[in-house]
Design a protein around this ligand. Structure first.
Ligand SMILES: [Zn+2]
Length: 219
């Protein structure tokens, strides 16, 4: 049976479907009034997500102008002097920085249900680990981040407007739904290095086992 995922309109999900708690909202940061990512790019990302979720009989009801489904929000005031903010603060390597939380709060605007896909100019995890800067995306997963006072941020993901690729939002949302990395098959949607796949378009896909795992969430 097909399952329809609810999707936020202007950040406000009003539907009451069974998958409501797993429904998706999309937010895009504006810097000096300009969206950090182009709408054609977001449209391609969502089309790719829709196609891949359809393989698991999950319907993502995005149609027409993708901007109608997006909540735009302004960059915080500190962004102009600290564009290289980090997701993790100093101290505990699994605790979110106050800046990351401030951005998530601004993106959600008080709508804390469902899962948020938040486009930001860049995604940098730790200040001292070059390999974890300029990342394609990041998900606040319940099994790693989101502990203690950060628990209210579980289910949010950041997508880099600079380094994200066609399937980055799909990859991060699938993390939120519990899928782990597949470290052996570059064609797999959960392969951790998006740039290692020479041609991700039309080739990134899931295994039957992965499809069954995400199907189980909506049953
Ligand atoms: Zn990943």
């Amino acid at each position: 049976m097909n399952k329809t995922l609810c999707i936020g309109f202007l950040g406000l999900c009003v539907c009451a479907c069974a998958s409501h708690g797993q429904g998706l909202h999309i937010a895009v940061m504006k810097v000096n009034g300009v969206a950090c990512v182009g709408m054609p790019t977001v449209g391609e990302h969502m089309k790719a997500m829709k196609e891949r979720l359809a393989q698991a009989n999950i319907n993502l009801p995005i149609t027409g102008d993708v901007s109608q489904h997006i909540k735009f929000f302004d960059a915080p005031a500190w962004f102009s002097t600290d564009p290289d903010w980090y997701i993790v603060g100093s101290g505990d390597p699994l605790m979110l920085s106050s800046r990351a939380k401030e951005i998530m709060d601004a993106a959600r605007g008080g709508v804390n249900t469902g899962r948020w896909i938040i486009y930001v100019p860049e995604v940098n995890l730790y200040p001292d680990v070059p390999a974890l800067q300029d990342m394609a995306g990041f998900a606040v997963r319940a099994d790693t981040f989101g502990q203690g006072e950060d628990a209210g941020y579980i289910g949010n993901c950041f997508v880099s407007a600079t380094d994200g690729t066609l399937y980055t939002p799909t990859h991060e949302v699938l993390h939120i739904w519990g899928l782990e990395h597949n470290n052996v098959a570059p064609w797999n949607l959960m392969y951790p290095e998006p740039s290692n796949n020479k041609d991700p378009r039309g080739t990134k896909r899931l295994t039957t086992e992965q499809i069954n795992a995400i199907r189980a969430i909506f049953n």
